[in-house]
Design a protein around this ligand. Structure first.
Ligand SMILES: C[S@@+](CC[C@H](N)C(=O)[O-])C[C@H]1O[C@@H](n2cnc3c(N)ncnc32)[C@H](O)[C@@H]1O
Ligand SMILES: [Zn+2]
Length: 367
């Protein structure tokens, strides 16, 4: 089957629902992820003009590498599957593009060689690739994680094992996943005296995607570690607070309702995007992208999203408080009128972030 995406045409195995069995993997649903990747590569070249080489480390059909090569990147596609490697070669040739294609395990490759930008888009968790990627990446590490249930605490033990952290299954589950993932990536990078700073991150219920800018040096790595900490969450009234530092010191009970507190962490408590970069990525989205409108909407929402570590769902709060949910804009305006910052989030149409506590939200938006 032929697929047109962005400026390229690639051959991929015939699709049968979500599963392709033994065939080389291709997921049409990830087109938004790939369009944003191409826009991020364009924006990153402006930010770091020295960057030239791009490794599509888990390439499958090579669609990411082919699209990067069409943007002028010096591309290497790698995969452990021989059929995938053949397909990558065919897809580069089909588009008359140069690039090297290698039948290699990404881990030894990243221990032996350096690339300016490395893209890890594996099945499930990216963790098995991160040690090597921290060694073999000079500038930008692009990472997808599709194991959202472990990341958000729905598969608790699997999340603990993969991410060496405690995830909690809260109503801001996708953001819990984002912050557990980035925490593990930052801690892994720090082991090699590398600071990993997220400059663009987005999440859906299917995956988390984050772009980390790497900076070498012990001081920078210490500064990154300083953004790690814990979320103290009350399941009863949805109060939550956060504390930076690797040692958790949760309150004995919820300061809002007196029930017990759940602790999640270490999580990343810092910003998950760099607003300037997000704006540049939005400007780099172009018409030929199949998901251009969605990508622009997503990036505009990310740009406006407050950098506070958790979000709320307006409908859930209103249901809990036995109120009807007002229009989202009116709801946010009420919070702002009461002196708090408030924004929508990309996690869902009824989600928002605010500097108000749950008790303050209830009061500010009450009748
Ligand atoms: C989810 S697919 C990649 C999808 C592709 N990036 C896209 O956008 O369509 C994951 C790929 O990683 C490959 N893979 C798994 N382990 C690997 C390893 N250790 N080194 C390199 N490739 C690996 C698999 O063979 C598979 O083709
Ligand atoms: Zn409470």
């Amino acid at each position: 089957m032929r697929v047109d995406e962005g400026n390229v045409e690639v051959k991929v195995p015939e699709q049968d629902g979500d599963s392709v069995g033994d065939e080389v993997f291709f997921n049409p649903v990830q087109e938004l992820n790939r369009d944003v990747t191409v826009a991020a590569l364009r924006a990153y070249r402006e930010r770091e003009p020295r960057a030239e080489t791009y490794l599509d480390a888990t390439a499958a059909s090579g669609i990411r590498g082919v699209r990067a090569a069409a943007e002028g990147w010096d591309v290497t596609c790698a995969d452990i599957d021989e059929d995938a490697v053949d397909l990558c070669r065919e897809n580069l040739a089909r588009n008359d593009l140069d690039g090297s294609v290698i039948h290699r395990d990404a881990n030894p490759l990243l221990h032996e060689d350096y690339f300016d930008v490395v893209d890890i888009d594996p099945f499930g968790t990216p963790i098995p690739f991160v040690d090597a990627a921290c060694q073999g990446t000079r500038n930008l590490l692009c990472i997808t994680a599709t194991d959202t249930a472990p990341l958000c605490g729905a598969h608790f033990h699997s999340g603990v094992r993969s991410y060496s952290a405690i995830p909690r299954n809260t109503e801001y589950h996708a953001e819990m996943g984002v912050r557990i993932l980035i925490s593990a990536l930052v801690r892994t990078a720090a082991r090699y005296d590398v600071a990993a700073t997220p400059i663009l991150t987005h999440a859906t219920k299917h995956y988390v995607r984050t772009y980390l800018e790497l900076d070498r040096g012990a001081t920078a790595a210490n500064d990154a570690i300083d953004w790690l900490g814990h979320i103290y969450h009350c399941e009863h009234c949805l109060h939550r607070e956060t504390e930076q530092g690797l040692l958790a010191d949760p309150p004995a009970e919820c300061p809002n309702c007196g029930y017990g507190i759940q602790t999640a962490g270490p999580v990343w408590l810092g910003p998950t995007c760099d607003d300037e970069f997000v704006l540049a990525v939005r400007d780099a989205v172009s018409e030929e992208m199949g998901t251009a409108d969605r990508a622009v909407d997503l990036l505009a929402t990310l740009e406006d999203e407050l950098p506070v570590p958790t979000h709320y769902d307006q409908h859930r709060l209103c249901k809990r408080w036995e109120r009807s949910a007002p229009a989202m804009d009116d709801f946010l305006a009420a919070l702002r009128d009461a002196g708090y910052e408030a924004s929508r989030t990309h996690y869902g149409g009824t989600t928002f972030k605010t500097t108000a506590s749950v008790a303050e939200i209830r009061e500010a938006t009450g009748d």
